[in-house]
Design a protein around this ligand. Structure first.
Ligand code: UTP
Length: 292
């Protein structure tokens, strides 16, 4: 079995739920305290042992490329000011992984975006990290998926039980238990955006999947699905029906950075632990909570 070294981050969606800000700032560059959301995805990938990351972008998302590039002018200014640690931090970000970018060119859906990654992926298994979904966990979720892949030898989807109104916006998986595991299931089918009555279970995919390159042949021939878009779920449904996938009820808390509430929640959680502002923020939050 090939070691998993590559991750693809689709980040070419229009981000209409985060308008007006997303008209000028890519939602992936919205901050969680002092780091953009996309940083947390690349950090998770690196912590899972991934070395190569492809970010799928579109027009107007150049700020992501600047963020992962070297910043010699900032480094020089920081060094002149005696701020070596800050200069080092910038360089660490630029060198944390081999981060490359590719344009989707037309926002034809998540499946279409992932399909652009064929030549980057080559013949290796790879993790897809949805650009909106930040997951804080003890063990990186990408690593949890890699371990499930190594254990069961099938493509893996990160899942959680979700309430019916979310199931209809996401997808629903048909699963069977796997003997000896309380968190891994064998998935034999799935449906994108199920209408009432079409659900298989309350398990939906949240933000991470691990796939093998054969998904590209499926994506290439897939007709548009829900919303007229090429849906990654439709391709994975074919994988699930022909050979199966593993559904992993992962450990971690997921925040939807493509929605205002998720963006605010992620910031509060990270701010509470932040080495520089955490203590003062906690006191501030206590004060605010007293008035609620
Ligand atoms: P979403 O549907 O959540 O993103 O796609 P969106 O289209 O940007 O959101 P709204 O509904 O308009 O607010 C899930 C992930 O797939 C990526 C998005 O960037 C997001 O990370 N995506 C979606 C693409 O890369 N390309 C697409 O054509 C569609």
């Amino acid at each position: 079995m090939n070691k998993v070294r590559k991750a693809v981050i689709p980040a070419a969606g229009l981000g209409t739920r985060m308008l007006p800000i997303s008209a000028a700032v890519p939602k992936e560059m919205l901050p969680i305290v002092d780091l953009p959301a996309v940083y947390y995805l690349v950090e998770e990938a690196v912590q899972a042992g991934i070395t190569d990351v492809l970010i799928i972008t579109n027009r107007g998302k150049g700020a992501m490329e600047d963020f992962f590039d070297l910043s010699p002018e900032y480094e020089a200014a920081l060094l002149r000011a005696g701020r070596e640690a800050d200069a080092r931090r910038l360089r660490e970000i630029a060198e944390m992984a081999n981060v490359t970018f590719l344009r989707q060119r037309e926002a034809k859906g998540l499946g279409h975006a992932v399909g652009r990654a064929r030549s980057f992926v080559g013949e290796e298994p790879f993790v897809v990290m949805y650009g909106d979904d930040i997951i804080f966990s003890k063990k990186p979720v990408a690593l949890q998926l890699i371990e499930a892949y190594e254990a069961y030898g099938l493509p893996v989807a990160a899942v959680k039980p979700v309430p019916p109104e979310l199931l209809r916006k996401y997808c629903s998986l048909k699963v069977e238990p796997i003997a000896g595991s309380a968190v891994a299931f064998h998935c034999t089918d799935m449906i994108e955006k199920p209408k009432p009555g079409e659900e298989f279970s309350d398990l939906a995919i949240l933000g991470r999947v691990l796939l093998e390159p054969r998904v590209f042949d499926i994506l290439d021939t897939l007709p548009p699905g829900a919303g007229g878009e090429i849906q990654l779920t439709d391709a994975m449904a074919i994988l699930a029906r022909t050979g199966g996938m593993t559904a992993l009820d992962f450990e971690g808390t997921r925040f939807d950075m493509g929605a205002k509430l998720g963006f605010l929640q992620a910031n509060v959680i990270r701010a509470l632990d932040h080495p520089e502002v955490g203590e003062k923020f906690r006191a501030f939050l206590r004060e605010v909570a007293r008035g609620l």
